[in-house]
Design a protein around this ligand. Structure first.
Ligand code: NAD
Length: 411
């Protein structure tokens, strides 16, 4: 995954003629921390040693910002790739942050609530020196949520001696979290799909969508797409995929997931594998689960007009070239899922000022910032004859390079 992030960057750097010194400086994270620590299970005698990471890619732009992922495959390369993408994403969105990311190599679905809490508190203490409201501000990512952010905030605040809400974003509203943050990534993706649909002259009321991943991003995107009248014909999670070409009944699907915890056994649909699902004929394909899903092995069989990336890194460079040749429009991850960090930025700003906006204000500002970034990217893509991913990367890299040159080198 880190190779993918580096190669995407190098390709964009080559096209924009980035100075070689700057290119080398931006190719690696500025700070990385790898920790191992004990996690006590509910069975008191059982203690598991787990690995945790925090990576800060660039510290030039302000504090760093990026989510924390709990997943059994998390590793330093993955976290470093995600931190690098956060840098370009924040710069593309004109947010005053550099990129960061954190992770713990564990399957959270196998932990009880108290195990999850102990793991989170110990991990927070292990990365304590690196984070802080003016240094590095974590947020939720795969496998973490508002409750995990509340435990991080509490652990950090206990060390400092008073409540520090602004050390994390994506908190529950009662702790200074923003109404609308939880759905912001999915909502932002749908705002961008609407802009893209206008550009491609795609009528969303008569379109179909396939969504991989039914967690925070996938579920919220599905709800909002359905509200626009788009037929959701297939969905998936880690257990299975489900399909109904006439359109899934989303209310019934959500009820089933709330009752059983997964899509398995959903009524009024057929089961399908995740791999098959990606190749279904549809107008809009939304990868919203994992990285490395659209590759040179299946890119030639992807059967849609638009790929709207909610997940980070779902498409490889080789697949990008095949999709471009086939005329499939790709809304790249660093733009597609930027709604999350944008509303996180709103939360951080409001926490530091002890002030709160209404949900309507939050959504209006999110819409304005995303559509502005979309049109800047689209214009660059057309002007420079590059695909949307490269155009978005160049937008971000330009801003970081300019900031680096303005600050100069010490000593
Ligand atoms: P989540 O943990 O809420 O949900 C993940 C979903 O993916 C679940 O439905 C899970 O069952 C499914 N999944 C896991 N492994 C799978 C597999 N092998 N095949 C199919 N489905 C699988 O996570 P999330 O927060 O929705 O994040 C999803 C993606 O979006 C990640 O790439 C994340 O980095 C990215 N993202 C999330 C946010 C955010 O605000 N949460 C912001 C930006 C980017």
């Amino acid at each position: 995954m880190f190779n993918l992030a580096q190669n995407q960057f190098l390709q964009a750097a080559e096209i924009m003629g980035l100075d070689e010194n700057l290119r080398d400086r931006l190719l690696f994270p500025q700070r990385t921390l790898l920790v191992s620590f004990p996690c006590r299970r509910d069975e008191y005698s059982e203690v598991e040693t787990v690995f945790g990471y925090r990576v800060q890619h660039i510290l030039t732009m302000g504090p760093t910002k990026g989510g924390i992922r709990y997943h059994e495959d998390v590793n330093l390369g993955e976290v470093s790739a995600l931190a690098m993408w956060m840098t370009w994403k924040c710069a593309l969105m004109h947010l005053p942050f550099g990129g960061a990311k954190g992770g713990v190599r564990i399957d959270p679905s196998k932990l009880s609530r108290s195990e999850l809490q102990r793991l989170t508190r110990r991990y927070t203490l292990e990365i304590f020196d690196m984070i802080g409201p003016d240094k590095d501000i974590p947020a939720p990512d795969m496998g973490t949520n508002a409750q995990v952010m509340a435990w991080i905030m509490d652990t950090y605040s206990l060390q400092i001696g008073h409540a520090v809400a602004e050390v994390v974003t994506g908190k529950p509203p009662v702790l200074g979290g923003l109404e609308g943050r939880e759905e912001a990534t999915g909502r932002g993706l749908v705002y961008l799909i609407q802009e893209t649909a206008d550009h491609l002259q795609l009528d969303l009321k008569h379109s179909s969508a396939v969504i991989q991943g039914f967690g925070n991003v996938g579920r919220n995107a599905a709800k909002l797409m359905a509200q626009l009248g788009t037929r959701i014909i297939a969905l998936s999670d880690v257990t299975t995929g489900i399909v109904n070409r006439k359109g899934l009944n989303l209310t019934a699907v959500i009820e089933h997931v709330e009752n059983t915890g997964s899509l398995k056994g959903c009524p009024d649909c057929d089961e399908i594998s995740n791999a098959e699902m990606l190749e279904l004929e549809c107008d809009i394909l939304i990868p919203a689960a994992l990285q490395n899903q659209i590759t040179e092995d299946n890119a030639a069989r992807i059967n849609c007009r638009l790929i709207a990336e909610g997940a980070n890194g779902p498409t490889t460079l080789e697949a990008d070239a095949i999709l471009a040749e086939r005329g499939i429009f790709v809304l790249p991850d660093i733009l597609g899922n930027a709604g999350g960090v944008t509303v996180s930025y709103f939360e951080w700003v409001q926490n530091t000022q002890e002030f709160a906006w209404t949900l309507e204000e939050t959504n209006n500002r999110l819409h304005k910032m995303l559509t502005d970034a979309f049109h800047r990217t689209l214009q660059r893509s057309v002007r420079e004859g590059v695909n949307m991913r490269t155009a978005a990367l160049i937008e971000g890299i330009h801003r970081v390079a300019e900031a680096k040159l303005a600050r100069g080198i010490f000593p």
